[in-house]
Design a binder for this molecule. Structure first.
Ligand code: CTP
Length: 241
């Protein structure tokens, strides 16, 4: 992908240091619904959801052929371009604009167009491997693992893949048992160990969502306070401001 990040566009404080929340969990566990529930409860203007799907690697012709036969493993960490993800997250942490690829599940490929993210207050990174790479973990302010029964996940995934991702039922089931389920056990589930919070029943879990939202709000208030104290020390705002 063409790197179009403009390194001159720095964002000034108060929010140079974006808070990043990572949400991992099985495919179909409800990570994206949970992310939207958190966003809608957070009464803030600059909250962005970044899906890790944007960072699937580009496939060559043979891999693409396998993908259309449901024979390509999208559930291995190898399928994700963590280097690009880490570089975009670091840019955002540093207050720079980040160009994000747009992914098409129907085409198993990135779209031509990208989208750009610029200086959010809060960024929610959601994906099956959101808590996988140590470089990503270092950048996260909160680590969440979203949990649901495997049959719930499979049911949701079939409905979604057929309705929204241009798949057929047989292909979904084949992919689930060949790649999704075994790799969940191998790579996804172990991320529970590094999570700060495990959210059972995803979006139905109002108590957990309230706790997460309160934590984010508290973190932002503390950041704001310490930033204002810093500005006062530098004489950039009045003592009583
Ligand atoms: N995947 C796919 N085809 C691709 C790329 C990815 O089928 N070309 C599948 C992978 O098998 C992986 C899943 O997409 O398991 C990742 O997305 P998923 O976690 O299911 O979707 P989200 O909306 O991010 O999460 P949730 O279902 O929890 O809301």
């Amino acid at each position: 992908m063409k790197d179009t990040v403009n390194h001159k566009t720095h964002y000034s404080p108060p929010w140079a240091d974006v808070s990043i929340i990572g949400i991992a969990g099985s495919s179909g566990s409800g990570k994206s619904t949970l992310s939207h529930a958190i966003v809608s409860k957070l009464n803030l203007p600059w909250v962005v959801i970044l899906s890790m799907d944007s960072f699937y690697k580009t496939l060559d012709a043979e891999a693409s052929r396998q993908a259309f036969l449901n024979e390509y493993d999208f559930d291995s960490p190898e399928a994700i371009d963590f280097d690009v993800l880490v570089s975009r997250l670091r840019d955002l942490k540093a207050g720079k604009r980040a160009e994000i690829p747009i992914y098409s599940f129907a085409k198993h490929a990135r779209e031509e167009k990208t989208t750009s993210i610029y200086s959010p207050h809060v960024l929610i990174l959601e994906g099956i491997f959101a808590l996988y790479d140590p470089r990503v973990l270092e950048l996260l302010d909160m680590k969440i693992f979203c949990e649901a029964d495997a049959d719930t996940c499979l049911g949701r995934r079939i409905l979604r893949d057929v309705e929204e991702r241009g798949r057929d039922i047989e292909g979904c089931i084949k992919q689930w048992f060949t790649f999704v389920k075994p790799n969940f056990e191998r790579y996804v589930e172990p991320q529970r160990k590094v999570a700060d919070v495990i959210v059972p029943r995803g979006v139905e879990n109002r108590v957990a969502i309230t706790m997460v939202v309160q934590y984010i709000e508290r973190t932002l208030t503390e950041k704001s306070k310490s930033h204002r104290a810093e500005l006062k020390k530098l004489g950039q705002i009045a003592e009583d401001d």
